[in-house]
Design a protein around this ligand. Structure first.
Ligand code: FAD
Ligand code: SF4
Length: 462
């Protein structure tokens, strides 16, 4: 067998430049690099990469097309299974999915599937190639409502339109896109990519009603009266806090609030935008997932001199994407492992001046499959910081749920669905973080599509 060539590296913005701006860190592959990387694929008869993909993208054939310089075909093939390949190519945890299952992982050099997927989608965008959407014409189309414009809602709306429905999407914020727009920073997912997808959706005929909060300024009962079926893609946007002393001090944020101010409210564009955001010299981010990495790297770009991730386990057990962790390390984020905050301490004037932590040791595995962190008594000490960002996960927003009491949820507010993604209310379906409590973009996209098919079958009486 010919000697395997090494992975084609992805060019990136140099560290010393990128920590001062919000532009994309990876530049992505150019055509020659993409072809060279695609040619490394050995075209397995049994492509394990595909079975490990949550939506089973036809990865092997996509790579084959790229290797043959058939970029348009590669893009259109990916679109058959993945509504937004330019986004998922950038944000999927590939090392746990397709790339982690690539046969070449044994060599330490799996194919860069995510970067190839992103390349094909970027190439299509730059060359004006779009998926052709044929909307069947009916004299009196049925009507479907989609609540929430994150990846689940967007994928559902796109497919409902393809089935011929009149689709109206309701979004509480003044900008559509959900976490893709308000959570994940531009340096990881450039916003022009998300907006391109939104434009395509509107061009296909989906009506997007911004500033419409279902359950507040438009009633859930009104939707039930007007629409033949409803999809709830309301996400899990309510932050969780640790519940420790000092969380009311000035200088404590939830990661959601911090990222919304920076991204959606454009505090990152100061002085062109004057959204207030206070970032001290020393920032501590509690948690170590993708949200924590995003918050830490955003704080750095907003001028913090020192940013620490404060994590109760070791980083080996962090749920963050490997690429984000590597980028964060390169950018000088400090990782304080095996410490857990017990109290936030403040000045007499009510501002954060530090966080008291206790050292942790790792015990047996817990329900997450990771070792349980156990406090080591008598090891309490203070880490001096002046801004705290809590990135401890989120949960569904109860504001909406309280307005739909007949909707069955678990005790955390996660909407319960059957195997067809239908909720306890006939004709009302749900998907994405609203039914998982927080997962991934690709799972939300997949569930949005699955729900669209189920809604169609339901309306057709199948
Ligand atoms: P969301 O994206 O949350 O969208 C829900 C939408 O519904 C929102 O726009 C909300 O405003 C709207 N809404 C809520 N209630 C109402 C209402 N009553 N009326 C109208 N509109 C309403 N996943 C990855 O795969 N890779 C990553 O790298 C990654 N990084 C992340 C970084 C951050 C900072 C965050 C927060 C999440 C990250 N995730 C990542 C997780 C991923 O973004 C989510 O799993 C995904 O966005 C869920 O999609 P969704 O459509 O279910 O919900
Ligand atoms: Fe190519 Fe790896 Fe998939 Fe095999 S498993 S087809 S080498 S990407």
């Amino acid at each position: 067998m010919a000697k395997l060539k090494p992975r084609v590296p992805v060019r990136e913005q140099p560290v010393e430049e990128r920590i001062h701006n919000f532009d994309s860190v990876p530049y992505g592959y150019n055509e020659e690099e993409a072809i060279a990387e695609a040619q490394r694929c050995i075209q397995c008869p049994n492509p394990t990469c595909e079975t490990a993909c949550p939506v089973n993208i036809k990865i092997k054939d996509m790579i084959h097309f790229i290797a043959q310089k058939q970029f348009k075909e590669a893009f259109l093939l990916t679109k058959e299974d993945d509504a937004f390949p330019a986004c998922t190519g950038r944000v999927c945890p590939q090392e746990d999915q397709c790339e982690g299952a690539c046969i070449l992982v044994k060599t330490g050099q799996p194919i860069s599937i995510g970067k190839l997927e992103g390349f094909a989608a970027d190439w299509a965008r730059k060359n004006g190639i779009k998926e052709e959407i044929k909307v069947p014409s009916t004299s009196k189309p049925k009507k479907a409502a989609v609540v929430g414009s994150g990846p689940a809602g967007l994928a559902c709306a796109a497919d409902l339109r393809k089935y011929g429905y009149e689709v109206t999407m309701f979004e509480t914020l003044h900008q559509a896109g959900g976490v893709l727009e308000y959570g994940i920073p531009n340096f990881r997912l450039p916003k022009d990519i998300v907006e391109y997808e939104l434009d395509a959706l509107e061009e296909s005929g989906v009506e997007i009603k911004l500033n419409h909060t279902v359950g507040q300024n438009i009633g859930f009962d009104e939707l039930q009266e007007e629409y033949d079926a409803i999809f709830l893609g309301t996400g899990a946007g309510a932050p969780r806090f640790m519940g420790i002393e000092g969380e009311k001090l000035n200088g404590v944020y939830s990661a959601n609030e911090f990222l919304i101010r920076a991204n959606l409210m454009k505090a990152s564009l100061f002085p062109d935008w004057d959204t207030p955001i206070m970032v001290g010299d020393k920032v501590g981010v509690i948690g170590a997932g993708n949200v924590a990495m995003d918050a830490a790297r955003t704080a750095l770009r907003l001028g913090a001199k020192e940013v620490s991730i404060i994590y109760r386990r070791k980083m080996d057990f962090s749920p963050a994407r490997a690429e984000e962790y590597e980028h964060a390390k390169e950018e000088g984020i400090i990782f304080q492992e095996l410490v857990n905050p017990v109290k936030i301490v403040g000045t007499d004037r009510g501002w954060v001046k530090g966080v008291e932590v206790v050292n942790m040791k790792l015990g047996d595995k817990d329900s997450s499959g990771r070792p349980r962190p156990i406090p080591v008594e008598g090891t309490e000490h203070i880490i001096e910081i002046d801004t705290v960002i809590e990135a401890l996960g989120t949960m569904p927003n109860r504001l909406f749920l309280s307005k739909a009491p007949e909707l069955k949820t678990d005790r955390k507010g996660i909407i319960i669905t059957d195997e067809n993604l239908m909720t306890s209310i006939p004709g009302v379906f749900a998907g994405g973080d609203a039914i998982s409590g927080g997962a991934t973009v690709i799972l939300a996209l997949g569930e949005g599509r699955r729900a669209a098919k189920a809604m169609h079958d339901y309306i057709e009486g199948k």
